[in-house]
Ligand binder design. Structure first.
Ligand code: R5P
Length: 280
């Protein structure tokens, strides 16, 4: 049965539709001190726990769902992280810094037999888990809403995301790929160097794994606009959209924004669940 966290209801519904696995009833309440009570109402044999850990609250719920699954009889627990929060904190730059991705992976491993996570920032984050963990590429799903592109260029804002741009291009069926050079100065400040590929008069699709503050993508859209691109589409697997990210993109002149439902937002145009269903 699928046990869904509050952050992943649409994703879980689509996963159920794709796989035919039923969704379990999970009830939650609050104790007077604010702590969550959680109970899995159905008896469970194999559990698929689905939760995007977009907040600390969602992390706690995920651990409770895993534990509730065992209490409800599950002998096998697969944890699906449509979006794994903290995954970008995968390295200690100074002594004493928490490698948060590792801490989270270890915690998840205690309640799980297997983990699937959609397009983690670095696939190497899967090595932090103590149980088999597999990255799932759902970027190709972002090609679906892109219709009738003229001389398309699929571009990533840095070389690290070129594989995602290639996945979207391959799913779309035609077009060139390229990447910009990005330097990050702070959490919200980035510099992007254009490539030598001409964008004048072309439809450009920018592809990244995540839009957080929108700084990266808005810089890219501005550069493409200055380069004479016709229409600029922005796509990402994980539409986190912190602070005024959406406004930044609109101000930069984006034509349309498409994300998946790994994080459920207004731009979640396509579902990543079919890509996960193939791995279950
Ligand atoms: C970083 O390398 C990632 O791939 C994204 O480009 C980054 O996390 C986006 O963050 P923001 O939207 O804050 O620029």
């Amino acid at each position: 049965m699928i046990l869904a966290g509050a952050t992943s209801q649409a994703f879980a519904a689509e996963l159920a539709a794709q796989t035919g696995i039923d969704i379990a009833t999970v009830t939650t309440e609050r104790f007077p001190d604010g702590e969550r009570y959680l109970r899995v109402e159905d008896s469970v044999d194999e559990a698929v726990v689905v939760a995007s850990t977009v907040s600390d609250e969602a992390w706690v719920e995920l651990l409770q769902l895993q534990d509730g699954a065992r209490e409800a009889g599950a002998t096998q627990v697969t944890t699906v992280l449509p979006y794994m929060g903290y995954a970008r904190q995968d390295h200690a730059f100074e002594s004493g810094e928490s490698v948060s991705a590792r801490a989270m992976a270890r915690a998840i491993s205690t309640g799980s037999d297997r983990v699937l996570t959609v397009n983690p920032h670095e696939a190497a984050v899967c090595d932090f888990f103590d149980v088999p963990a597999t990255p799932v590429d759902a970027a190709g799903r972002l090609a679906a809403p892109l219709a009738d592109l003229s001389d398309p260029l699929f571009l990533s804002p840095d070389d690290g995301a070129i594989e995602l741009a290639t996945s979207v291009r391959d799913a779309y069926g035609r077009g060139e790929t390229d990447y910009f050079e990005k330097t990050r100065h702070s959490g919200t400040e980035v510099d992007i160097e254009p490539s030598e590929t001409s964008v004048a008069g072309r439809d450009v699709v920018v592809v990244d794994d995540i839009i957080a503050t929108g700084s990266t993508m808005s810089e890219a859209v501005t550069l493409l606009d200055e380069g004479g691109a016709d229409r600029v589409f922005v796509t990402c697997v994980h539409p986190l959209f912190a602070r005024d990210a959406r406004l930044k993109l609109e101000r930069a002149g984006v034509e349309a924004i498409y994300g998946t439902d790994t994080i459920e937002r207004a731009v979640s145009e396509v579902s990543a669940a079919p890509a996960v269903a193939e791995q279950l």
